[in-house]
Ligand binder design. Structure first.
Ligand code: SF4
Length: 205
């Protein structure tokens, strides 16, 4: 099965999923969207109002800012893959609960396994906690680490800049580092080396 076929199969499973209580209040599932061959996967938090209506990740104001950020490094949505830690909207845009993230983690793990990106960018604290459980985003944003053979870059969620305009410049600067991280990731042959050959955790900066 190709990566595109595998992603489609995961989408179909997500659409039928009732593994956590978020299925009760969702309108549409938001499994993720983008290229099966993406060098970068962006992992956000959870679908919001507009995403729940359209079934597409990162629409609305935060999505428009993400599009601007991608354009700043000469990328479009079609070049990357964008998804969230949970695929259904938490009611009232509340935070996703640990049990919901755990229930949904298998879908995200499988998406990452079939895309096999060079770089994973976490957007916000919930996706960051998958890789940096005790870290604070203010202390590590924009700094890449190799974890389990894959380069992980934690960043602020684009929505944070909407609530706190002073963060906008910080997010923009962090984004501008991504092309260099992709280049480094490729040079390190992270994709080819596999987790067992790679250092467990290596700080690049
Ligand atoms: S959030 Fe994930 S685990 Fe929960 S119902 Fe939706 S797809 Fe299933």
């Amino acid at each position: 099965m190709s990566a595109a076929e595998e992603l489609k199969a995961i989408e179909a499973e997500v659409a039928a999923c009732t593994a956590c209580k978020l299925h009760l209040s969702r309108k549409l599932v938001v499994p993720g969207a983008g290229s099966p061959q993406a060098d970068i996967v962006f992992i956000g938090e959870a679908p919001g109002f507009h995403e729940n209506e359209q079934g597409v990740p990162f629409v609305g104001a935060a999505g428009r800012f993400l599009d601007e950020l991608l354009a700043s490094i000469e990328l479009q949505r079609e070049d990357v893959f964008i998804c969230n830690v949970v695929k259904c909207r938490p009611p009232g845009n509340r935070d996703p609960e640990p049990a919901e993230m755990e229930a949904c983690s298998g879908f995200l793990n499988r998406q990452l396994a079939c895309i096999h990106p060079t770089v994973i960018v976490t957007l916000g604290r919930f996706s960051m906690s998958r890789y940096f459980p005790r870290a604070k985003i203010s202390g590590i944003h924009g700094q890449a680490k190799v974890i389990g053979g894959r380069m992980i870059v934690p960043m602020y969620h684009p929505a944070a800049a909407l609530h706190q305009p002073s963060l906008r410049r910080t997010i923009e600067e962090d984004f501008l580092q991504l092309p260099a991280y992709i280049q480094q990731g490729k040079q390190m042959e992270i994709q080819a080396s596999g987790p067992e050959d790679a250092p467990e955790q290596l700080s690049l900066f």
